[in-house]
Design a binder for this molecule. Sequence first.
Ligand code: PHE
Length: 453
Amino acid sequence: MPLFKSKLGLIAATVGSAVGLGTVWRFPAETQANGGAAFLLIYIACAFLIGMPLMQAEFALGRGTRQDAVGAFRHLSPDRPWWLVGAVAVLASFLILIFYLVVGAWTLEYLVASATGYLYEGLDAAMATSARDAYFTDIKNELVATSWAPLVATLVFIVVNIGVLLAGVQKGIERMSNIMMPMLFVLLVAFCCVTLSLPGAGEGVRFFLTPDFTKITPAVCINALGQALFSLSLGMGILVTYSSYYPDNTKLGRTSFTVVAMTLMVALLMGLLIFPAVASFGLSDHELSGTTLVFVTLPEVFARLPLTGLWSTLFFLLLLVAALTSTVSIAEVTISFMLKRFKISRKRAVWLVLCPTFLLSGVCSLSFGLLSDYTLCGMVMFDFLDTLTNNYLLPAVAFGTCLYMGWFAPRGFLRSQLTNSGTLGAPTASASMAIVRFIAPAAILAIMISYLI
Ligand code: PHE
């Protein structure tokens, strides 16, 4: 059974999974859409008060059973159908993998387009903002939708993932995270130094950090909780799978705190990068959601900085790192399931899981261009998978995990995991358990209801 070699490695890998495009890119967009600092505060509260206990429950499932997401439930309750929760997690993680590989591939394309200068080639210093918008929107359409480039990039990105996954838990996932996560932090801090020193940056910081409590509505709270769960990789089977590689003496409570704190720090830094930058260049009215933020608004920012090509390349490298450490983690969910369930070799499991993505992610990638006429429930394949997983499957898994760990798992299991069989004080264990029993399922239920109506 492979385990992570070092404490630092397991933290880097777990933070690497949590810090994905949901954290670095969807977070600022949600913050803008939900009124700024008030959203940020609720997001932080949700992450610590609900996300962290739920994370501990997932860690306990994985480390306590050393099984994959399905096997963990089966191991603890062999004659009950709770393994279905794990099965939905594996299904959801595979579906997310399919479309997330496509998004990761876009960041790869933009990295190449920045490094080669293609992205800024046709830009003219005299262009008005609207002309620049049109220029970057055209390139976005080309790189995301209409050309063959996204398909090629998707295939390349899958090959990179296969390379890491074939190398295994220690030599692949852990080693990659050990190199990439410090790099990501250094890059982020460097960026913040640049954007915070821009003239007029203060206005952006104010929007991001001065809460306007009149903006808090039930919908904002629900969005903040949804964002907290997604950005901490909860309800996807990832944390169960990764924690099954944690050594026995890992302190689960403390690890969960570190992971949540570091993920929030990245989100905060990302806010401090984006809001001052857009404020400084008078782009605050620009839409920050979806692909517009990273592929149109930010290139406009970079175009106005000295050393445009360098900053742009470094930024897309940062995004690519965030994406890769996440895709690898989500692929590992199905790989670990195959490994344990069918007792096959790692090599075979990696190929069995990733080969179909060449086709499925390829189709997904083309769903914005060539295949945009083919829809499922009125959505192109990419949007269909995104909605199905985010709105239905992930909340269902998170809810099922709370119910199971709070009420139906063997008595004392969660406590014994959080206290390492009674050898640790774990002062917050009782509070975590109460949250997993009562508060977290109620909050997640609210999310599910709001998505249904
Ligand atoms: N927390 C991750 C993110 O922010 C969620 C995720 C992990 C999504 C792995 C996809 C794959 O992006």
